[in-house]
Design a protein around this ligand. Structure first.
Ligand code: DP6
Length: 323
């Protein structure tokens, strides 16, 4: 017998970051985080479980990849339904000009929904979020749309995301400035582990991020772009300061990242409400209002080509699609 399902999940950008695990196996984070799911970047994944298959297979963007990238995750689904056999997984990343923003977040959120549905499970969104977490921490949040909080929890049971503002009806958007599409030098998995193990500032990060998170959730509820932006930018800079304080130290900043950050800071000194954040790579993401985005894009155009600047809006949670 064969059972097939397809799902779409969008990526998310953290405004208050997850950067460190207290359990590597279960992917339990040291602190809670807050993200915005984006409409522009998503992954479509089809999973077919078939008793006639003799192994798992995995295709990403029409290229056959080592199934080890998905098999441990599929095993979690097979634990929930031992009847499910081997699976064929076909994924496609939809990212404008392969921006290097395709993330494990949309990938594992789409895989969680497609695989659990194909295996005949009808998981709640909370359980889907818990399952996606086992693939990649940031995927926990991509089950939901809009603003999402990941409650860190203390066990597999209570570490999952909750929607804070799923249908965003206020004026906020994100500009992604694409600086480099290459693989990151230090993976997020490795980077966060090194920081937890070696940065003397790590306990202060956890403490201040917990405080930032409470304030940022309030800012979302009050639709306060300025406060949310200030908190997001400061939290991101503290995350990157941790990386510089690790042994051996590392940084994701490239010269062009600093150019973008300077442009945003200058616009701000001129009264424009815009703030930046960076993840485990050199690309800079700007949060701003649609009312002011033209002015910001025009200022960025002095240093970046039009195709390097991608405008994205709040996007939806993971959903089933036609195969
Ligand atoms: C900087 O979710 O990629 O984007 O759980 O090891 O797969 P793993 O890490 P991952 O880390 C994301 C780190 C971040 C911040 C964030 O998304 O919160």
């Amino acid at each position: 017998t064969s059972q097939k399902a397809s799902a779409r999940a969008h990526t998310n950008i953290a405004l208050i970051k997850y950067w460190g695990k207290k359990d590597q196996q279960l992917i339990l984070p040291m602190n809670g985080s807050l993200s915005l799911t984006l409409d522009h970047f998503y992954t479509d994944t089809t999973v077919e479980f078939n008793s006639a298959f003799t192994e798992d297979t995995f295709y990403l963007n029409q290229k056959k990849l080592d199934a080890i990238k998905v098999s441990p995750f599929l095993d979690l689904v097979r634990q929930l339904n031992p009847q499910a056999g081997y699976a064929h997984v076909i994924s496609k990343n939809h990212v404008p000009n392969a921006a290097g923003l395709a993330s494990s977040a949309s990938a594992f959120a789409a895989l969680a929904l497609a695989a659990s549905t194909a295996a005949g499970l009808k998981l709640s969104r909370r359980d889907l979020s818990r399952l996606a977490r086992r693939g990649s921490g940031s995927a926990t949040r991509s089950i939901y749309g809009g603003f999402v909080e990941w409650l860190p929890g203390t066990s597999d049971q209570d570490s999952y995301a909750v929607p804070i503002d799923e249908k965003v009806d206020w004026d906020i958007e994100m500009l992604a400035i694409i600086i480099d599409r290459k693989q990151k030098k230090v993976s997020s998995r490795e980077g966060m582990q090194r920081v937890v193990a070696t940065s003397p500032f790590y306990p202060a990060w956890v403490k201040s991020t917990n405080t930032d998170l409470i304030a940022a959730v309030k800012a979302v509820k009050q639709h306060n772009l300025k406060l949310l932006g200030q908190l997001a930018e400061s939290n991101a800079l503290r995350m990157h300061a941790l990386n510089l304080s690790a042994r051996p130290p590392f940084s994701y900043f490239e010269p062009q990242s600093l150019v973008a950050m300077n442009i945003i800071e200058k616009l701000r000194s001129q009264g424009v409400c815009c703030y930046y954040t960076l993840d485990a790579g050199p690309n800079v993401k700007v949060i701003c209002s649609t009312a002011e985005s033209r002015q910001i894009i025009s200022a960025l155009s002095a240093a970046f080509a039009p195709e390097q600047i991608i405008e994205a809006f709040p996007g939806p949670g993971a959903k089933l699609i036609e195969c």
